[in-house]
Unconditional design. Sequence first.
Lengths: 72, 397
Amino acid sequence: MTAPRLTADRDRCIGAGMCAMTAPEVFDQDDDGLVLLLHPEPPADHRTAARLAVGLCPSAALALHDPAAGDP
Amino acid sequence: MSASLHTVPSLPAERRPGCPFDPPAELLEAQQHGPISRYTHPGGKPGWMITGYDLVRSVLADPRFSSRKDLLNVVDFELPPAPPGEFLLMDDPEHSRYRKPLVGRFTVRRMRMLTERIEQITAECLDAMEAAGPSADLVAAFAKPIPTIVICEILGVPYEDRASFQEQIDAFMGGEVSDEELIAAYTATQEYLARLVAAKRANPTDDVLSELTDSDLTDEELKGISLILLAAGFDTTANMLSLGTYALLRNPDQFAALRDDPALTDGAVEELLRYLSVAKTFHRTALEDVELGGRTIEAGTTVVLSFHTANRDAGRFADPHALDLGRQAGGHLAFSHGIHQCLGQQLARVEMRVAFRALVDRFPTLRLAVPAEEVALRPESADIFGVKSLPVTWDAK
């Protein structure tokens, strides 16, 4: 089974910090406030938080591709 | 779903007596009929009122809806474009030109680094309140000074200017002064900020405004940005602190729950944000015809987004009209959504977490000093809802 894979689009990012707040083990912000993806394939115990962060992103800069759920 | 279309009377509508935290009955009734209703703007122009969570959120994320002031179709005359720097009322790319240099100053990490300083400011306010006790106006002693001092320090407003500055901002945010007073306060603030920008350019200090003088932004633009940061930076948080305390005191079980369990603090802040939604409504204008909730929003029509009712949508939050500090309130729209989502939200969170925690720790017996229904509320005409004053008392140690 392939692990879920995260992508972050720094051109779309508006630096609101929702991801770094919601899943700090997976996301951070650089000095310009933009998203830094720490774990493109988050370990199992951080996946719930990562999924939540993807849903909360105000600018749709994050995506989670989960092969198990049928995502490409 | 009902086929008939509900029509909402023009805002502002006052809240029902005894329900100071709930949206006006007119908006709750509209929400019962469906997430989108016909609406006539107070200036006479036809529009739409959106009260449902999903639709409000989708409009906020939709680039076919504009935030531009000059496109607002609410009155019979043309509105001017937003003044330089007031990027809330702009679309991209103009909006992001202003926002981009700011976001790095308001990250989760940078705001958390302020925790200790905010605890110190809060403790000083509580010390003064306790020394003058055992009663106080919580607005003057606590809710206003904490965010005022914090945002002034971040931006670099000199200490001696803070009192007069707060008075001016109060005047044009409070929603109840005459037009002449409003213009006078606004002009005085503009003039003050112009002098402040010039001073920072001449002698940069260690603050955000000085850092921004290093960018390609003009003095006029810096003035506009400063105005937004200051007004957004303290009127919102100040009203969350005071109205939030009022809500806790009217829900003694919730006050006790927060007091007795520090682990509840972060979640309590999110729930208070959801429940109170002090920034009640925002406008967007359709740039093209948009299908929304089975209706067509015609190009050029302005919609009102009711954040407060969206955050009380039973389809998104169970038992939405209950203040429940233990619930998962994440995903609320109190800081908006989309590219305009609040720049200072991480600062606001740190301020509220620190301040509410310190307040209940310091005054575990805190209670209202007047009958609950006598607490004076801001009029609905104010952009940000809140209380004018909050008389409280406690058992002296």
